[in-house]
Design a protein around this ligand. Sequence first.
Ligand SMILES: Cc1cc2nc3c(=O)[nH]c(=O)nc-3n(C[C@H](O)[C@H](O)[C@H](O)COP(=O)(O)O)c2cc1C
Length: 124
Amino acid sequence: MISVSKNSKTHEAFTCSDNFAVNMLSPGQEQMADNFAGKIPQEERFETVSYRVSVSGAPILVSASAYLDCRRWRVYDGGDHSIIIGEVVDGDVTGRLPPLVYYNRRYTTVAAAYLEAVMSPDFW
Ligand SMILES: Cc1cc2nc3c(=O)[nH]c(=O)nc-3n(C[C@H](O)[C@H](O)[C@H](O)COP(=O)(O)O)c2cc1C
């Protein structure tokens, strides 16, 4: 499920497209997250990253640590947002770091998972 503001410039793309991908980033990729959150113009966002086209036709970021590839299933009115439910057609965990999390107006991560990853003998 993704929820997109009706004021977002990407609202039409998400609500009209037959597919979308959820790319999960990791600590160290805050700039990339900010770029996709609106820091740079929409048409430049995919120029700054490498990506491949998924089974459904959606873009999967090469450096994402996990992804969900979805076909649009339903779109619900959520007031000032549209709630878009996807049917997951593919997905994988391709990195070793835990997810980048936005919490209390800043980026952080899941502490236990982060420690587990960096304390693992083969991480470094
Ligand atoms: C970490 C992060 C996550 C966000 N997630 C969402 C989201 O799920 N849906 C949404 O509508 N806006 C979200 N936003 C807010 C949008 O990024 C913001 O409204 C931005 O101005 C949209 O830019 P655009 O219209 O150029 O795409 C998020 C912002 C940040 C920093």
